[in-house]
Design a protein. Sequence first.
Length: 151
Amino acid sequence: MENLGLDHPKKIDIAVPGNLKCGRPDEGSVSENQPGWADLTFTFAGFWEVQPHWLAENPGVAQILDVREADEFNGTLGRITDAIPIALGCLEKRVDELDKKRPVITICRAGGRSAQATVILRKAGFNEVANLAGGMLRWRAQQYPVDGGNS
């Protein structure tokens, strides 16, 4: 880069430190509030995640909320036993179908929509919420049991 003969970027001294900190919580904020109901990881995106092996080894500890659309819930990937199907687009109107006193693990196909669901649930007053890392794709890839779907 030095051989290009370009001027030093005007805002580089502000942008680089900001980018390095982006998405990281302030010191101590995660450990102080780390939930104890599961083996969770706090993501740089700002939500808690649980790995598929933990969910498989701890059935019944949490409500499993599947936020995929009905055709996906009944589709080729199948679904986790006892999962509650509430599509992401309907979740805000249907949060009262979940028990605020029990932890909730959200799931979708790959983890993106279910991560959004954790935000909706937190805003609705749910304190113990986590996303299933990798969604149904990882659950199936690691060969955990499913109801329905294709073998």
